[in-house]
Design a protein around this ligand. Structure first.
Ligand code: HEM
Length: 358
């Protein structure tokens, strides 16, 4: 009868031998044979005389080998683009993103100091005109609340470790961030629904027309009291916002879905090929991992850009302009506000019931 200890050692040796024979192997490019384990040597011949520099160079340069498991991308052992991606994300993207958001807030504060609140020049008349009906306000507030939740939870992923973690500590921060991550994933669908709703409800009011040129030339009268260039339901500034939110929102949604279902979509190689028609010289051969990295960078860039834009929108819809909030609050605006900011629309709108066509 074998002593217990010898029996255990024998089992361990058998298991080791079996796993050496049947275990997954990896082979890179020209020197596949070097990976076959022969007596006295291990992959890379670290115990031998040669250094197998070719193999290690290939691995270091991200060359894909063959793996015996289904996940083909596991054949790339070292992916240096990961370093570049991390450097971009934690470097310029975070830094300039923070500056963009703070810059917009600083500019708005300056604008408020110089111009003050934009008042209704003629004063409120007390007569109301319906500006946005219930479906319009529902779509807007669904878009607004979902966007704000996405923005806050997204900003936490990017800056939380610098701003919130030192204040609340690791345990609370990890619970908060996990909750935020789930909220971010699910609320994304509400945002997409709201985008479709505003597309259907408002696209016809956002087609550019000749009045927009005048409106832009006069900067919408934003900088001068008493200047009110004519506008229909939406002025040129609002149309620009609409298209930025719609197109930027669609783009951030697509890249968000690519992040939510990793390695299922490959969009950047194709997009880069199209852009290269204009001489951009972007890479068109991308690994699945690089596709994910581009999706993440684009998603974050778009997010930071839209947040900066929306800060400006929220300013003008609240403290920036007298009478504006009512349009989305109660759905009704003062007729003098309407005459000053949307004269062509006001001339056609019926008091207190028209949904405000054109
Ligand atoms: C607390 C946050 C917000 C407030 C107070 C607010 C306020 C308003 C107001 C008052 C209007 C109507 C302007 C008018 O009658 O001419 C409006 C329109 C609009 N809002 Fe918001 N909003 C907010 C957040 C958002 C967000 C987060 C988005 C998009 C992500 C958004 C997108 C739009 C769009 C596309 C319009 C139509 C174009 C325009 O009027 O500029 N809003 N909002």
């Amino acid at each position: 009868m074998l002593p217990k200890r010898s029996f255990a050692a024998a089992v361990a040796i058998v298991v080791l031998l079996v796993s050496m024979v049947y275990g997954g192997t990896i082979a890179i490019g020209p020197v596949n044979q070097a990976f076959a384990q022969t007596a006295g040597s291990v992959p890379g011949n670290t115990l031998g005389n040669s250094s197998d520099a070719e193999i290690w160079r290939a691995i270091r340069q991200g060359q894909q080998g063959n793996v015996s498991i289904q996940d083909r991308k596991a054949g790339i052992l070292i992916q240096s683009e990961g370093d570049n991606w991390r450097a971009w994300r934690n470097g310029p993207l975070s830094l300039y993103g923070a500056w963009a958001m703070l810059g917009v807030i600083a500019l708005l504060a300056l604008f408020f100091l110089v111009r003050g609140r934009i008042r209704i020049d003629a004063g409120p008349s007390g007569r109301l005109i319906e500006r946005f009906n219930n479906p319009e306000r529902f779509a807007h507030w669904l878009l607004a609340t979902s966007f704000i939740i996405l923005a806050l939870t997204g900003l936490n992923l990017m800056y939380g470790r610098y701003v919130i973690l030192p204040i609340v500590g690791p345990e609370f921060f990890s619970a908060l961030t996990q909750l935020g991550k789930y909220a971010h994933n699910y609320v994304g669908f509400a945002f997409m629904l709201a985008l479709v709703m505003i597309l259907v409800l408002w696209i016809r009011h956002n087609i550019p027309n000749r009045h927009d040129v005048v409106w832009l030339a006069k900067a919408g009268g934003m900088f001068k009291k008493g200047v009110h260039p004519p506008a229909k339901k939406f002025n040129a500034g609002q149309k620009i916002l609409f298209w930025l939110i719609l197109l930027g929102g669609a783009s951030i949604s697509v890249s968000g879905i690519a992040l939510m279902f990793p390695f299922e979509f490959e969009m950047f190689a194709g997009t880069f090929a199209v852009l290269n028609v204009f001489g951009f010289g972007l890479p068109t051969e991308l690994t699945p991992m690089q596709e994910m990295q581009y999706s993440q960078l684009w998603h974050a860039l778009m997010g930071l850009f839209l947040i900066a834009v929306v800060i400006g929108h929220i300013y003008i819809g609240t403290i920036g302009m007298e009478g504006a909030f009512d349009a989305m609050g109660s759905g009704k605006v003062d007729s003098n506000w309407a005459k000053e900011h949307h004269s062509l629309w006001a001339a056609e709108a019926k008091p207190s019931e028209s949904g405000g066509d054109d």
